[in-house]
Design a protein around this ligand. Structure first.
Ligand SMILES: C=CC1=C(C)c2cc3[nH]c(cc4nc(cc5[nH]c(cc1n2)c(C)c5CCC(=O)O)C(CCC(=O)O)=C4C)c(C)c3C=C
Ligand SMILES: [Fe+2]
Ligand SMILES: [Fe+2]
Length: 387
């Protein structure tokens, strides 16, 4: 391998409570997170929603020590990957580029430009692809590439998703097996996969492959685990007034309690680090819902973080990507062989018919909800949990 860099992409999280508001503003300014028919509406709406959500969000971050651990853990993953590649004889520089908070993707790109790389592997730390996560980061990279001739000369390989890799599945199965084996009756536990949700329209109208990749990932983990336990897949963390992927985690927990399930082993599967949605939402909110519904034993499988099998698998992925034939950039962001920048044709951008329908619908709903909320001071967004 020549002079190779790896760019790890992640979402980012506020390091301290003062960061929450500008972090939320960045997040809601992203058209991949909230889609509006008119781009001029994006910033005012982002300002409004982030202002209205800051307090609730800060309370949640307060409960996990006053900030997100995401930066620290992602840096640890980067250093572990670098060390593993070094052991294998590769001098590789691993960069961290966050989408909405420090260290920003733009800074990582500025640094890797100074380092004069021969080849770059672009590796999102999301196992499954979603328009709202890896897609948003790819979108940003596309913009940076279009503006920069030096970047256009750099060979790069993009890994759109990697939820089906045996090393990753083994690492997940290992963590689940360890949690099960701590129980007096491991076979009786119900394994509960909780994936981060996305609005249903992302999948059904924009063609986001996220749901399919989550389902295949869950099946792959269960096959690798090779145990007889029953299992469920549900979606957590819904925000806003539109319908998200179903079943919702809270409903699925209550249904299982009604069916008489007494032990849940919850597995977070959209994310490879501990973050607010594992530490606060699952460990506190969903635990309380489960207890109130009558589930006696609620256990949570830890996130992968720097699990050695996981880091080894990322190192394999980087080695494979650097061996794959690469193309240099020629002005159009199209992918090298065997990789794809955007995963599918149906994911269309701009003013396509389907994008417009649901842009309009979402905007109308969001706008009406916001107006009602602003006028009455207590509107529908309170009930659906956005504020
Ligand atoms: C694969 C993981 C994630 C998907 C898919 C995703 C979609 C998505 N998220 C929001 C809204 C918010 N996300 C927030 C924080 C946040 N989200 C993820 C992961 C996914 N999001 C992470 C890792 C984090 C950061 C966690 C941390 O530790 O800081 C937040 C802010 C937190 C809060 O106020 O609840 C919001 C808001 C939408 C709307 C969306 C899909 C369209
Ligand atoms: Fe999110
Ligand atoms: Fe979230």
């Amino acid at each position: 391998m020549g002079r190779v860099g790896v760019l790890l992409l992640n979402l980012g999280g506020p390091d301290k409570l003062e960061d929450v508001r500008p972090f939320l503003y960045n997040l809601f300014s992203d058209p991949e997170i909230i889609r509006l028919p008119f781009s001029w509406l994006q910033k005012p709406l982002a300002w409004m929603i982030s202002s209205l959500r800051t307090q609730k969000s800060q309370e949640n971050y307060q409960q996990i020590g006053g900030g997100s651990p995401l930066r620290r853990i992602t840096e640890e993953q980067a250093r572990a990957l670098e060390a593993t590649l070094k052991q294998r004889g590769h001098e590789t520089q691993v960069y961290v580029g966050m989408r909405y908070w420090n260290p920003f993707t733009e800074e990582a790109i500025a640094q890797l430009k100074r380092d004069q790389l021969e080849k770059l592997v672009i590796l999102p730390l999301y196992p499954q692809f979603s328009i709202s996560t890896s897609g948003s980061s790819f979108r940003l990279l596309e913009k940076l590439w279009n503006e920069d001739e030096q970047l256009q000369k750099l060979d790069y390989t993009v890994i759109p998703s990697w939820y089906d890799r045996p090393g990753y599945l083994n690492a997940m199965a290992d963590l689940i097996a360890r949690e099960l084996d701590r129980l007096p009756n491991p076979d009786d536990a119900h394994i509960f996969f909780s994936a981060h949700g996305v609005p249903r329209s992302y999948v059904e109208e924009a063609g986001d492959p996220y749901q399919e990749e989550i389902e295949k990932c869950t099946e792959g983990i269960m096959q690798t685990l090779n145990r007889s336990n029953q299992y469920t897949l549900a979606y957590q963390s819904r925000v806003g007034p539109v319908e998200w992927l179903q079943p919702y985690t809270e409903d699925a927990i209550e249904n299982l309690a009604e069916e008489g399930v007494g032990t849940l082993v919850v597995v977070p599967i959209s994310f490879v680090s501990e973050h607010i949605e594992t530490l606060q939402e699952i460990d506190m909110e969903y635990r309380e819902i489960a207890q109130e519904a009558g589930i006696e034993h609620f256990h949570r499988v830890p996130a992968l973080n720097t699990h050695p099998m996981f880091i080894e698998d990322l190192a394999d992925l980087v080695e494979e990507a650097t061996k794959a034939p690469s193309l240099s950039f020629d002005g159009v962001m199209h992918p090298p062989k065997k990789t794809k920048f955007y995963p599918q044709e149906r994911w269309e951008w701009g003013l396509t018919a389907s994008a417009e329908t649901w842009n309009g619908r979402l905007a109308m709903l969001g706008f009406l909800a916001l107006m009602a909320e602003l006028i009455t001071g207590y509107g529908p967004l309170h009930f659906v949990g956005l504020l």
